[in-house]
Design a protein around this ligand. Structure first.
Ligand code: GSH
Length: 231
C-alpha cells in the first residue's frame, strides 16, 4: 500500500497519475498546503522539505515502511517497483531520465516562478514577469522540438518523463502560452489527456482544488513568515 501525502497541484498530479497508471493500491492523505498542513509534525517526519508530494510505501524495498519525497524520485521508485513506465534499454532509459530531470530542474521551477510573479506577487514586477514568461516559452519550444521528432519524451514509449511533464504543460493558458504555436506539444497533451488513468488521476482531490485568491493567512503560509520560519 502506498500512502500518498498529496494535494491537487501539478506536482501532486504526477503522483496521482502514476498511481492510477501502475494500478498500485494507494491511500490519499490530503495535505492542504493553503491551510499549512505541510508544517504539521506528522508530515515533517516524512519530508523535511515540507512540500507535497511525499509517499510512504508500507512494503518498502526491505519489506518495511519506506518514506520518500521529491516527485521525480517518487516516480523513479514507483516505476522500478512495478517495472512500468521506465524503459529497460539503456539508451531509452537515460533518455527518459534526461527528460525527467529537464522537468524537475526546468519546467517545474520555471513555470512555478512565472505563476508566482504573474498571479500571486503583491506587486507586478515587469522584469520578473517577462523573464519567466520568456523562459516558459523557451521550454515549450524545447518540448515542441522533441515531440516533433518523437511520439513521447523518452521516445516511442509513454514513460515517467511524460507523467512528470504533462501536469505542468497542460493548461497552457495559465502559463501565458498559445498552444497553437506548439503543435507537437498539443498533439502530445491531447494523447495523454485521453488516457483513462490520467483522467482518473486528475480527479484525485479535484473537489479540493481552488483558484480562489489567497487570504492574508494563506499568503503567509505559502509566501511569508509561516513559510520561512526556521523549523
Ligand atoms: N521539487 C519538489 C517540489 C514540490 C513542490 O513545490 N510542491 C508544492 C506544491 S506543487 C508545495 O508543496 N508547496 C507548499 C509550500 O510551498 O508551502 C517535487 O517535485 O516534489
Amino acid at each position: 500500500m502506498i500512502e500518498a501525502w498529496t494535494w491537487p497541484t501539478p506536482n501532486g498530479h504526477k503522483l496521482h497519475i502514476m498511481l492510477e497508471e501502475t494500478g498500485l493500491p494507494y491511500k490519499v492523505i490530503p495535505v492542504d498546503i493553503r491551510a499549512g498542513d505541510q508544517f504539521r509534525p506528522e508530515f515533517l517526519a516524512i519530508t523535511p522539505n515540507h512540500r507535497i508530494p511525499a509517499i510512504v510505501d508500507t512494503e518498502g524495498p526491505d519489506g518495511r515502511p519506506f518514506k520518500l519525497f521529491e516527485s521525480g524520485a517518487i516516480l523513479i521508485y514507483l516505476a522500478e517497483k512495478t517495472g512500468k513506465f521506465i524503459p529497460t534499454d539503456p539508451v531509452a532509459r537515460y533518455t527518459c531520465l534526461q527528460w525527467l530531470m529537464f522537468q524537475m530542474g526546468g519546467v517545474g521551477p520555471m513555470f512555478g516562478q512565472y505563476n508566482h510573479f504573474a498571479n500571486y506577487a503583491p506587486e507586478k514586477i515587469p522584469y520578473a514577469i517577462e523573464r519567466y514568461s520568456n523562459e516558459v516559452k523557451r521550454l515549450y519550444r524545447v518540448l515542441n522540438k522533441r515531440l516533433s521528432e518523437a511520439e513521447y519524451l523518452a521516445g516511442s514509449e509513454y514513460s515517467i518523463a511524460d507523467i512528470a511533464t504533462f501536469p505542468w504543460a497542460r493548461n497552457p493558458q495559465r502559463r501565458g502560452v498559445e498552444i497553437e504555436e506548439y503543435p507537437a506539444v498539443k498533439r502530445w497533451l491531447d494523447a495523454i489527456a485521453a488516457r483513462p488513468a490520467v483522467v482518473r488521476g486528475l480527479q484525485v482531490l479535484a473537489d479540493r482544488a481552488s483558484q480562489a485568491p489567497l487570504t492574508e493567512e494563506q499568503r503567509s503560509i505559502l509566501f511569508g513568515t509561516t513559510q520561512f520560519a526556521p523549523r
